[in-house]
Design a protein around this ligand. Structure first.
Ligand SMILES: Nc1ncnc2c1ncn2[C@@H]1O[C@H](COP(=O)(O)OP(=O)(O)OP(=O)(O)O)[C@@H](O)[C@H]1O
Length: 970
């Protein structure tokens, strides 16, 4: 295998390094005639042509010079030698021409000198050698030349042969010039065994590398031989040494050395010699070869032993001269050979030194190799250590990874627990807030109740004191007390409303707190999302997990602090809310108690009112003036004035028509009227009902109450009495509510309503069918004992709910409207009476009461003369006027106050129907309705004058129909 180029270059650089082992062998050889050192550029100067040739070839053997002279110019030239050397030094194979040139030359010389017959004789060593060589020349050399690449040492036999011939030179030389052929043979032998020839056969072969020299390269070849392995070669060398009788000591030694060192010759490429300074000598031009003229008679030369038949004798003198010249040449050749030997020795020294250098290089390389191996081992150890460390690090990393994952799991579990704890805390906080708020509301109600109770106690004391006084005072004092009670009630209502507002505010605050809690919940959710994101970041970046955890813990702690802060704030709000709620409950409770007190007060007030009514008389008259809807449509408005306070008016002044006296003066009389109350055109039904509510209430107390409206047509009777907010609906509602409230006192009332009309002195059931108006006859019957009136055949409706009243009124209005279509303006032509019978029983006291409330809407009072009615209208008007006149007569009779006097109730259906509601133990209220129109002025004045008569009538003291039952009977 070819060595690496780098190594080869290095070897070139270290070629001159000494080799101790080689040096020792050289010393052992004990070579005194060492070859003179040959240096590049210091070509030795040799006298003579041979010497010049030797010098030119640096190390060429002098014998070679002679042999070269007989060599064929074409096969042996300096140039060829140089080429051969160059080829041998180079990495390529040795060229065939270079290898075969010298043997061919030798062979040519042998052939030229000895001829074929001589070479075939085989009697002389030289001849045999020549023959042998000839055979090799003819057969082997080309083969060797071909094989030298694979078997470079197969060339040794040739060189060895030359060596043998060379070794015989001293023997022949000692014989002297015994035969003519001896010198020739000697020359041939010397040439063959010359160092140059021997060196030319030697080579340093290292695999594909071959090193072959010509001339002075022989020494190099010997050196090459040192590295030539193979026992057969050593044997050949030993044989040659034995065969060389006097041989050159140096050659013997070199061969011996080669034989010895061949066994230890390094096989590594480092022993491939590389051209150095000495090698450059091979590049020097070789000495011109001698031609065959140097021995012109060689072809005819015969020795004494030549016994070849057919050959003739030759000229002795010429031969002698030739021999002399040959001898001289031999001498020169010998001297040149000595010089050449010195050169070889010198070259040998150089090569030894180079060998030493190579050895040194080898040792260095070995050392370096060892170093490299040690480095490699160290590197391997380091690699193992690194692998072990890597394994340890991997294990450690896995452990850390597991520990970190475990830590992350712990953190995740801790966060989950903390989140659950926060959620529980929030839930608990919300529950606490709710409880606290409820407590606050209770406390607020309690406080409000206490306050109201205190106020009520104080008020009760005031009222008790006032009630003690009121019993001895008049009606105005009672009214003032009522006003105060109403004011207190209003205050209480305001207080309750205020408490309710406060409660509402507290609820709003609670809602705000809940909103804050919801926002906190949102923040908490955001924090949880941030926590999840932080967890994701922790997983992504484990190195930052600890810092992220700390930051997350900080966020959680801040959130916890904020939650605590909000809880504390909401707790305060909850406290205040609970306080307000408690106060509210207290206020509600106090309001209920106040309501109870008010009921008691109301009872007392009714008692007082009845007492006042008894003191004042049982018939009261109130006046109401309807508003003007349109002056253009209704005409001129009469001049009605209210001299006293309009809100509490009791007086009415009407400017009468112009009256022309007999003297022609025109005057207008002012008519002044005074009633229990005068309602102006701006008054409402609510205001009117407040005035009569106490009277209506008397029906529950067992009184017969009759409220009727009197006035001309279109003055507002029906509006006041039967409209949606008129006295009938309001009275029934109030009675129902009062009856319900009196249940607390044990009173149970049975309320039954009926609605009739008196038309043309006939009674029609408005709750029945309108078809029966003219068919069904109803009779009026009186119960003298019970002082109750009963109309037969009437349908009545139990007032078990306020809605019943509305249904009754709607039904009655529908019947009246149907009737109106038959007889025009039926409603104005008939008296309508709503009868409400109230029968009460107190299950506690055993009292019973039976009262009747009659709400009467009288027909319009018109003067027949003014109305111009005819036919049925006239009959209606007459009937109306009759009944109204009878009413006036009855009232007038009652006003006379005579005991047992006749009261003409039977004169009309109306008065007979109202027998027990007019006078006696009844309470009567008459509304006189006035029209504001100038057109109706006359009729208005008539009505007002009639009302004045009634107002001036003292009917007597009303008595309620109550009985005390024996408890035992009950
Ligand atoms: N105080 C009032 N406020 C407003 N409108 C009123 C008032 N009084 C009467 N009216 C209206 O005047 C008109 C006539 O009233 P209403 O029918 O009650 O008179 P009347 O006296 O009942 O007549 P009639 O005797 O023919 O029944 C109605 O439209 C009624 O609404």
């Amino acid at each position: 295998m070819a060595p690496p180029t780098s190594v080869k270059h290095k070897l070139v650089a270290t070629y001159n390094e000494p080799e101790p082992k080689r040096k020792t062998l050289a010393q052992r050889a004990g070579e005194p005639n060492s070859i003179a050192a040959v240096s590049v550029g210091s070509r030795p100067t040799v006298k003579g042509t041979t010497l010049v040739g030797a010098a030119a070839s640096n190390i060429r053997n002098p014998s070679l010079t002679s042999s070269m002279s007989s060599r064929h110019p074409s096969t042996l030239s300096r140039h060829t030698s140089n080429s051969s050397f160059s080829s041998s030094v180079g990495p390529g194979l040795r060229p065939k021409s270079a290898y075969g040139s010298r043997p061919q030359t030798s062979l040519a010389f042998n052939k030229s000198t000895l001829g074929r017959p001589i070479s075939k004789s085989g009697s002389r060593p030289a001849t045999s050698m020549a023959h042998h060589y000839d055979e090799e020349e003819d057969e082997d050399m080309p083969t060797q030349g071909r094989r030298k690449g694979t078997q470079p040492f197969n060339t040794l036999p040739s060189s060895f042969q030359s060596s043998q011939e060379y070794s015989t030179l001293p023997v022949q030389k000692s014989r002297g010039r015994q035969s003519a052929c001896a010198p020739q043979t000697l020359l041939s032998t010397m040439r063959d065994v010359s160092v140059s020839t021997a060196m030319s056969k030697l080579r340093i072969d290292d695999g594909a590398q071959k090193f072959q020299l010509n001339g002075h390269q022989a020494m190099s070849n010997k050196v090459k031989l040192l590295s030539t392995p193979g026992s057969s070669q050593k044997a050949s060398i030993s044989t040659r040494i034995r065969n060389s009788r006097i041989g050159s000591t140096e050659s013997a030694l070199v061969l011996f050395q080669a034989s010895r060192d061949s066994s230890v010759a390094p096989k590594t490429p480092s022993y491939i010699p590389v051209l150095s300074k000495s090698e450059t000598m091979t590049n020097t031009p070789a000495t011109p070869l001698r031609t065959s003229k140097a021995c012109p008679s060689t072809n005819n030369f015969l020795t004494k032993s030549s016994n070849i038949p057919g050959l003739t004798d030759w000229d002795v003198d010429n031969r002698l001269e030739e021999m002399d010249s040959i001898c001289m040449k031999i001498k020169d050749h010998i001297s040149g050979s000595n010089i050449e030997r010195e050169h070889f020795e010198e070259a040998l020294g150089i090569f030894k030194s180079r060998i030493a250098e190579l050895e040194t290089l080898r040792s260095q390389l070995l050392a370096k190799n060892e170093t490299l191996e040690s480095d490699l081992e160290a590197s391997r150890q380091r690699t193992d250590a690194l692998q072990e460390r890597l394994l340890n690090k991997t294990t450690e990393f896995d452990d850390q990874f597991r520990a970190h994952r475990h830590e992350l799991d712990e953190c995740r579990r801790a966060y989950r627990d903390e989140t659950d704890q926060l959620r529980r805390e929030l839930t608990d906080g919300a529950d606490r807030l709710s409880r606290v708020h409820r407590d606050e509301v209770r406390e607020l109600e309690r406080r409000a109740t206490v306050d109201v109770e205190d106020r009520l106690r104080e008020l009760e004391r005031k009222h008790d004191a006032k009630l003690d006084e009121e019993r001895g005072r008049r009606l105005r004092e009672v009214q003032s007390l009522e006003i105060q009670i109403a004011a207190e009630r209003q205050k209480l209502d305001l207080a309750v409303q205020k408490k309710e507002i406060e409660n509402q505010n507290m609820r709003e605050e609670l809602e705000d707190v809940k909103g804050d809690l919801a926002r906190e919940q949102t923040l908490k959710n955001e924090a949880l999302r941030n926590l999840a994101e932080f967890k994701a970041e922790i997983q992504e970046n484990r190195a930052q997990s600890s810092s992220t955890i700390h930051s997350l813990e900080g966020t959680i702690s801040s959130l916890s602090a904020r939650i605590h802060f909000l809880e504390s704030g909401s707790k305060a709000q909850s406290d205040s809310f609970a306080d307000m709620e408690a106060r509210l409950q207290q206020a509600v409770k106090s309001a209920e108690e106040s309501k109870k007190k008010l009921i008691k007060e109301e009872t007392l007030r009714r008692i007082l009112f009845n007492q006042v009514q008894e003191l004042k008389g049982n018939i009261r008259v109130m006046c109401r003036v309807r508003p003007v809807f349109s002056e253009k449509a209704e005409g001129e408005v009469a001049r009605l004035t209210f001299p006293d306070n309009e809100s509490e008016s009791k007086e009415l002044e009407i400017l009468g028509r112009e009256e022309r006296s007999s003297l022609g003066t025109v005057s207008r009389k002012t008519h002044s009227f005074t009633f229990d109350r005068v309602f102006g055109p701006h008054s409402q039904n609510q205001e009117v009902f407040e005035e009569i509510s106490q009277l209506v209430q008397s029906a529950l107390d067992g009184y017969n109450v009759c409220i009727f409206c009197y006035g001309q047509t279109g003055s507002g009777k029906t509006h006041t009495m039967s409209s949606e907010d008129g006295m009938i609906p309001r009275a029934t509602h109030q009675i129902y509510e009062t009856a319900t409230s009196l249940k607390e006192k044990g009173w149970e009332y049975a309320m039954e309503g009926s609605f009739i009309e008196v038309y043309n002195e006939e009674i029609h059931d408005l709750l029945g069918s309108s078809k029966d108006f003219d068919k069904k006859k109803h009779e009026i019957k009186h119960d003298e004992q019970r002082k109750q009136t009963v109309v037969t055949g009437l349908r009545s409706a139990a007032l078990d709910s306020p809605d019943t009243v509305e249904s009754i009124l709607r039904h009655a209005a529908a019947n009246r409207s149907v009737a109106a279509t038959k007889s025009n303006e039926r409603s104005s032509r008939s008296h309508s009476v709503f009868i409400l019978k109230l029968v009460g029983q107190n299950r506690i006291t055993g009292e019973t009461s039976e009262g009747t409330l009659n709400l009467v809407d009288l027909a319009g009072s018109e003067r027949l003369k003014q109305s111009g009615a005819e036919g049925d209208r006239m009959k209606e008007t007459q009937s109306i006027n009759k009944s109204l006149s009878c009413l006036g007569d009855v009232i007038a009779a009652l006003g006379q106050g005579r005991e047992g006097a006749h009261i003409p109730y039977r004169n009309s259906k109306l008065t007979y129907l109202l027998q027990y509601s007019l006078g006696g133990n009844s309470k009567t209220l008459m509304f006189v309705m006035a029209s504001p129109l100038e057109e109706h002025l006359s009729e208005t004045l008539t009505s007002l004058k009639f009302a004045t008569k009634v107002h001036n009538t003292h009917i007597g003291t009303a008595k309620k129909t109550t009985k005390m039952r024996d408890r035992g009977d009950a």
